[in-house]
Design a protein around this ligand. Structure first.
Ligand SMILES: Cc1cc2nc3c(=O)[nH]c(=O)nc-3n(C[C@H](O)[C@H](O)[C@H](O)COP(=O)(O)OP(=O)(O)OC[C@H]3O[C@@H](n4cnc5c(N)ncnc54)[C@H](O)[C@@H]3O)c2cc1C
Length: 399
């Protein structure tokens, strides 16, 4: 018999988890420690690659204030159950139990003092305690479903289990091994998708706003708005357009064709430019802006506002109009930098087909989906890992 036609013996497990990222490892550890025999399969050469590069190598592993209000989903209620049952404090307790030192950076964002590698080591240790088998470097060649069992052909091996967990994430950063595999598999099982879009991603500016691209490297504290959503953080001009935390946050809400509004002077009270005319009548708009903003940004904005001459010679009407513009400067992004640069994906496996308690597919008993693969996306700042842990924990409780 040729080796190609020799069928390998099928190993039996209680559950197979596809994807050894944050969600998959948490889910496997929880189920393993509940006595389930669990196999985790990943095509990457090592587990938790996105954890390793996250937070500049220090992993912003949760946000102390994480709650359902900081997540985007077609069903904003879906994430409540898992996030309510597995909270930031639960993950912090695990981090503490493993002796990993951490600190709060800003806005509730918690980072390792040392390295993101400690978080991966912790999750693998938790998997070990549950006797979980973790196999990396195994391409998933086939997933079959018959007689209530899921059979996964990976590399030269076959494994079968009554429970299967899709934890292969979203397509952001393909060079890290990210794929749309979760979506293909979900579709095959009849689950619906919410159109996946790059999120937490820099925005690009077109030729008509090229002047701003010349500000590459300039950062400023702003309020960025898209529709009714607003974030106050730093914005950064780049040679392609706009980036920085405020822009990454707003990018998750932005849709092609819509403008984004930037308030360049969020701390200035209404009427501040008219007041400046009274207190500094001989000053020009450029020098007033220069006192409040980085020099190069002040130059560009003053040029665009075309307020020539001394403030004393400018009508109040013109100053009020300039103030309004500075508080809601409209940019029309030509696009985003795409999945290659996106930290996460908005959209994914539709929550309508899943139980929010167990993450199990309503129409396919035994099939589960967790983590970024699902249509739940967090803000920047540790929220996405908290969803990975919480959804992984919720599924792990029921396998
Ligand atoms: C640069 C960067 C920095 C980030 N920083 C933070 C941060 O500090 N804090 C935060 O909360 N979030 C951060 N995120 C987001 C966070 O990394 C993700 O939300 C989180 O990793 C999602 O976990 P997951 O387990 O669902 O998916 P992933 O971590 O993507 O894991 C999926 C796993 O499935 C595997 N896989 C994919 N396709 C296949 C396939 N076809 N066959 C087999 N295996 C497959 C992958 O190799 C991977 O190991 C960051 C993301 C990026 C890209």
């Amino acid at each position: 018999m040729s080796s190609a036609s020799r069928s390998p013996a099928t190993e039996s497990f209680d559950a197979i988890v596809l994807g050894a990222g944050g969600a998959g490892l948490m889910c496997a550890a929880v189920a393993g420690q509940r006595g389930r025999r669990v196999l985790v399969i990943d095509h990457a050469d090592e587990p938790g690659k996105k954890i390793l590069i996250s937070g500049g190598g220090r992993c912003n592993f949760t946000n102390a204030g994480a709650g359902p209000g900081q997540y985007l989903s077609a069903n904003p209620h879906f994430a409540k159950s898992a996030l309510g049952r597995y909270r930031p404090a639960d993950f912090i307790a695990m981090v503490d139990a493993h002796g990993i030192a951490w600190h709060e950076k800003t806005l509730g964002q918690l980072f390792c003092d040392g390295s993101a590698r400690q978080i991966v080591a912790m999750l693998l240790d938790e998997c070990d305690r549950g006797d979980v088998a973790v196999r990396c470097g195994h391409a998933i060649r086939a997933v079959d479903h018959a007689d209530g069992a899921f059979t996964v052909t990976h590399g030269e091996r076959m494994a079968s289990a009554p429970k299967l967990v899709i934890a292969t994430g979203g397509p952001s950063i393909p060079k890290m091994g990210a794929t749309g595999f979760a979506y293909e598999l979900a579709k095959r099982f009849g689950l619906k998708l919410i159109e996946p879009r790059p999120a937490l991603v820099p925005l690009t500016l077109g030729a008509e706003e090229a002047l701003f691209r010349e500000l590459s490297g300039v950062a400023s504290d702003v309020v960025a708005r898209s529709g009714k959503t607003a974030f106050r953080e730093a914005a950064l001009f780049t040679h392609r357009g706009l980036s920085g935390p405020a822009i990454l946050q707003i990018s998750s809400y932005w849709r092609h064709g819509e403008p984004i509004g930037i308030d360049f002077l969020p701390d200035q009270p209404a009427g501040w430019l008219r007041d400046a005319k009274r207190t500094r009548p001989r000053a020009g708009a450029r020098s007033v802006l220069g006192g409040l903003l980085p020099d190069r940004l002040a130059d560009t904005l003053a040029e665009r506002l075309a307020l020539a001459g001394e403030l004393a010679n400018l009508p109040d009407r013109a100053l009020e109009a300039a103030e309004r513009r500075l508080a809601d400067w409209r940019f029309h992004p030509s696009g985003t930098e795409g999945f290659a640069k996106a930290e996460v994906t908005v959209g994914g496996i539709a929550t309508t087909g899943l139980s929010s308690q167990t993450m199990e597919a309503r129409a396919v008993p035994g099939l589960h989906a967790i983590g970024e693969a699902v249509d739940v996306t967090g803000w920047l700042g540790g929220y996405n890992f908290q969803w990975a842990w919480a959804s992984g924990w919720a599924a792990g409780q029921t396998l």
